[in-house]
Write a protein that binds this ligand. Structure first.
Ligand SMILES: [Zn+2]
Length: 298
């Protein structure tokens, strides 16, 4: 069942790396190195795992994540849940407890090949079903096959989508500037190398390790010694878990936090947190927590 779409992510990952322009300066600092932020609780590093398609292997993967305190986003096709080799709708509230549930469209089509109304239905109907089954808001998207175009980008805000993940692998720890073209660090088959670089990174800037994949790939669809895939994932999570400098989070939680950073109001002499959550800045060698509404003198 899973074999028929196992190849697609590798093809789409060949899509050329898209050059993302920072948002226009609108009186607030754009989310770039000019804004000396930290992740929640003052951490300089953050980790997100991101898994697509809702295959039955998510159960085993969630079990590993649970044991190591790793957080993740799961991008689901409501039209496939309940089919053979997929998780069932009734599992959503318990299986993904503590994780993000996000859209991946109803039927996993290439959205770029659909008329506009069909794109709306694929995304909105997926949101409605996933929210009904899980009892939670669903505000994220992973593009099926990683495919998108300008037409889709223009539709997403009115469909209530706050970020949309591509399959572009940058092999860097930079945070995407454009949340509707969210780029990843790497597919999980490259994760161990990047994890080592991530933990060894001693730079001054925020560093995000963002790993994506499909849980079914761990059960015999990856290259190399297939019997070792689950062991490799376990070793990766053991290696990455429990680090004092790392914030473990989901994509939507990170997006909400970064939007709060973007909404900081900078004057010539102060910076004010206009969001409803605390944010952390790194200013003149100190990490400073700014409560909602609070200001700091520069
Ligand atoms: Zn997919």
């Amino acid at each position: 069942m899973a074999r028929r779409y196992a190849i697609a992510p590798y093809i789409t990952s060949l899509i050329s790396n898209i050059i993302v322009q920072p948002p226009p300066h609108d009186g607030h600092y754009p989310l770039n190195l000019l804004c000396p932020y930290r992740f929640p609780h003052g951490k300089r590093k953050a980790l997100v795992m991101s898994y697509d398609d809702g295959s039955e292997h998510d159960r085993r993967l969630v079990d590993i994540f649970n044991r190591y305190g790793i957080r993740a986003s799961f991008h689901l096709n409501s039209g496939r849940l309940g089919l053979p080799h997929h998780i069932s709708p009734s599992e959503l509230p318990s299986l993904y407890q503590g994780y993000e549930i996000s859209c991946h469209s109803v039927n996993h089509p290439d959205l770029t090949q659909l008329p506009e109304e069909a794109i709306r239905r694929e995304i909105l109907d997926d949101r409605h079903a996933l929210e009904d089954w899980s009892g939670r808001p669903v505000r994220g998207l992973a593009y099926p096959f990683g495919a998108y175009d300008d037409r889709i980008l223009a539709l997403l805000p009115e469909l209530g989508i706050d970020y949309a993940r591509t399959v572009v692998c940058t092999e860097t720890f930079q945070v995407s500037q454009n949340f509707l073209r969210w780029q990843t660090t790497c597919h999980h088959n490259r994760a161990m190398d990047l994890a080592e670089r991530f933990l060894q990174d001693d730079g001054a800037e925020p560093a995000l390790l963002y790993i994506w994949g499909h849980s079914y790939e761990l059960d015999g669809f990856m290259s190399g010694d297939l019997s070792k895939n689950w062991d490799t994932m376990e070793a990766l999570c053991r290696y990455l878990h429990g680090h004092e400098t790392v914030h473990y989070t989901t994509t939507i939680e990170l997006v909400d936090y970064l939007n709060a950073i973007r909404r900081l109001d900078w004057s010539a002499t102060t910076v004010t947190n206009t969001a409803s959550m605390a944010v952390w800045l790194h200013w003149q060698g100190n990490t400073v927590e700014l409560q909602p509404g609070a200001s700091m003198r520069l």
